[in-house]
Design a protein. Structure first.
Length: 655
């Protein structure tokens, strides 16, 4: 491999669906990728860092329809939300791709043509269980209770359609060889077996076109088959090469293959099986690594809008500081494992790791260097008086990089922090203030200089994680973090020589109490207050409850919302039930099974609005999950749905 090629690093995030606004999970993937990109640039690599949005598919088409928008209009809006959040978060991406970009569309069509001409794509009839929400077909064995999607629990439908297929089965052996070609193809390494076993169980050919909806990339015109659009995962995965100009203007293709595709564990199968198989078919090299992180949860539960427990990354970053938030995410959980988000854990990291260990160390040397040496520091005596500490710290610095390349950011930071402990301990043991009294000024200076040098090296190695904070630390030590200082202080292990320390205000002021009231916490606080109130008003409330009265707080526990019916169908074999898909302004419409068939036909309902009890525990009716209840009034003349007098935005609260 040429030296130039060795120096190229291509890093990608998944492209995010535009049916949801950015949340902490998206921020996590992007921040890990940003950290790797920044590190690689700092050490002198030629980096290309890609992120973007995934905009086609039935799910997006439906979400747009429910909002009364065209899919393109809707995608433009949400895509912009992702882009501006990444800009606000100072994410150092080189390209933001959108799957509605013209060059992406052309590139995907070109890829389809290449695979078709190679004989890897053929036309046949497909019949299978399809989950609209996950855009995925499942085999009978994969379904839960013979009907429900194993990923999201929603009801699947049997789809029979003419489809083009990709000969995935042909690539079984080559995929297995690829996983074995390096132990770290899939990161964390513990995930490899999951993928290998899936492939060893046998791969079916993959249906890669759809005729049941329209919002997708058309097949290349040479196939002359306009009713098909491409399967959204084929379209989406191709972004990793179309962003480099595949099939159009290939001048960035020299960045291929990707060093690492960073993804969440839920989309590992697509990246570790389908994607390499597509690449083999295209005759392109395979990525070096696919790295799958775990999920962020709240109190052990998956985050979702309907549970009201989604953490807004911007709210957290605004309150606690973007870089503190970055540090927390990258330090808190071992890569690949799930992590529970709590403000308490974030506050502890800020106060302890950042405030006590890092910030205080800087304050200590600012204080001592100012008091004893007018802020002037000379590293001359460090090797003489602190050889062991310096050697121990250097040894740790030299072992860090592999952690980062295995995306073990928590281990990297954990090790780095050990050097701060060496520095703090050196002060406590050497006691420069005593040395000053004993007139051993050179020894006191050596300790201050040791600590300043450890801090300088830490600020370089921490730079990709906390870009601005580390520049502030470096500035106070008289240098700037860049490739030159990386080479000098880390690669060559040099010391800073003589320099003047500049005072900086405290970097990590202590935080006592949570700064943000998240929706879940708001609900918790409200519940606690309710309890208190219930206690104090017990006797009063006994009387009231006898009279059937409830408090306003009790009433507000019921979440009532306006919803728009986007789909309605009869439940076969049921006299009473209709199955509705109701948009409540959430990620995806809710499925509500309602006993209203005697009074309403599906066509009466689609496009109309209803009032919904939105926080009702999901229940199963005739094997179908129902995620809410529509309000209706019934008397001897029949049943009437309760509707808003004038149209209201889907999801508007009632109360
Ligand atoms: N569009 C596809 C990816 C196509 S890539 C060719 C997609 N998009 S997504 O928006 O649903 O998810 C993007 C990423 O966010 C995934 O890697 C997913 O794992 C991650 N997360 C979504 N929720 C998450 C958490 N709660 N926690 C951590 N990450 C999770 O999938």
């Amino acid at each position: 491999m040429s030296e130039e090629k060795c120096k190229r690093v291509y890093i990608t995030t998944p492209i995010y669906y535009v049916n949801d606004v950015p949340h902490i999970g998206h921020a996590y993937t992007t921040i890990i990728a940003d950290t790797l990109a920044r590190y690689s640039r700092m050490v002198g690599m030629d980096v290309f860092f890609l992120t973007g949005t995934d905009e086609h598919g039935q799910k997006i088409e439906q979400a747009a329809k429910a909002k009364g928008k065209s899919p393109q209009e809707y995608a433009n809006e949400i895509s912009e939300k992702f882009k501006s959040l990444w800009d606000e978060f100072d994410i150092s991406y080189d390209k933001f791709i959108r799957t509605t970009d013209e060059n992406h569309i052309k590139g995907v069509q070109k890829a389809f043509e290449v695979m078709y001409e190679k004989g890897d794509i053929y036309k046949d009839l497909y019949r299978g269980h399809y989950c609209v929400s996950c855009e995925t077909f499942f085999t009978q064995q994969q379904l839960v209770d013979d009907e429900f999607c194993p990923e999201c629990g929603r009801s699947t439908s049997i789809v029979e359609e003419e489809s083009y297929f990709f000969r995935l089965s042909k690539y079984e052996n080559r995929l297995l060889e690829w996983y074995e070609s390096r132990p770290d193809r899939i990161l964390p390494k513990s995930k490899k077996n999951e993928v290998v076993n899936f492939v060893k169980n046998g791969l079916d050919d993959l249906s890669i076109t759809r005729t049941s909806f329209d919002w997708g990339i058309k097949l290349p015109s040479c196939l002359n088959d306009p009713k098909h659009v491409m399967y959204v995962w084929l379209d989406a995965l191709m972004n990793y090469v179309t962003a480099l100009g595949y099939g159009t203007d290939e001048k960035l293709m020299h960045y291929w293959p990707a060093k690492v595709h960073l993804i969440g564990k839920d989309i590992l199968r697509f990246h570790a099986i389908y994607w390499p198989a597509f690449l083999m078919s295209l005759g392109l090299e395979l990525p070096h690594h696919v790295a799958a992180h775990g999920w962020w949860t709240r109190n052990g539960e998956k985050m979702s809008k309907s549970k009201g427990n989604v953490v807004d990354p911007k709210e957290i970053a605004d309150a606690y500081g973007l870089e503190n938030f970055r540090y927390f995410m990258l330090r808190e959980v071992p890569f690949g494992q799930d992590g529970d988000f709590s403000q308490r854990a974030l506050i502890d990291r800020i106060n302890s790791d950042l405030g006590n260990d890092l910030g205080n160390l800087l304050n200590r040397i600012i204080g001592m260097s100012g008091k004893y040496f007018d802020f002037k520091v000379d590293s001359e005596g460090v090797k003489k008086w602190h050889e062991k500490e310096l050697k121990d710290a250097e040894e740790i610095f030299s072992t860090l990089e592999p952690y980062l390349y295995e995306i073990q950011t928590n281990r990297y930071l954990e090790e780095l922090w050990k050097t701060l402990r060496i520095a703090n301990k050196a002060i406590d043991t050497a006691m420069p203030w005593v040395k000053m009294k004993e007139k051993k000024e050179d020894e006191a200076m050596a300790t201050i200089a040791l600590v300043a040098n450890i801090l300088a090296k830490v600020s370089v190695l921490l730079h990709p994680f906390m870009p601005k904070t580390t520049q502030t630390i470096a500035k106070s030590l008289g240098f700037t973090v860049n490739n030159e200082s990386y080479n000098r202080l880390i690669k060559s292990g040099e010391l800073l020589k003589t320099f003047t320390i500049e005072k900086v205000p405290p970097l990590f002021p202590r935080i006592e109490e949570p700064l943000v009231e998240t929706p879940a916490e708001k609900a918790e606080t409200a519940a606690k207050e309710d309890k208190k109130e219930v206690k104090s008003k017990k006797s009063e409330s006994n009387e009231e409850s006898k009279a059937g009265l409830i408090t306003i707080d009790e009433f507000f526990k019921v979440s009532l919302k306006v919803g728009t019916v986007v789909e309605a169908e009869e439940v076969p074999k049921s006299k009473k039930l209709l199955k509705l898909q109701v948009d409540l302004g959430e990620e995806r419409p809710r499925q509500i099974v309602a006993g209203i068939k005697e009074w309403y036909s599906p066509s009466d309902l689609v496009g109309t609005q209803v009032c919904v009890v939105a926080n009702l525990k999901p229940a199963k009716l005739m094997g179908m999950v129902s995620e809410g209840m529509v309000l209706a009034a019934k008397d001897e003349d029949g049943l009437s749905l309760i509707r808003p007098e004038r149209p209201k935005k889907a999801g508007t609260a009632i109360g």
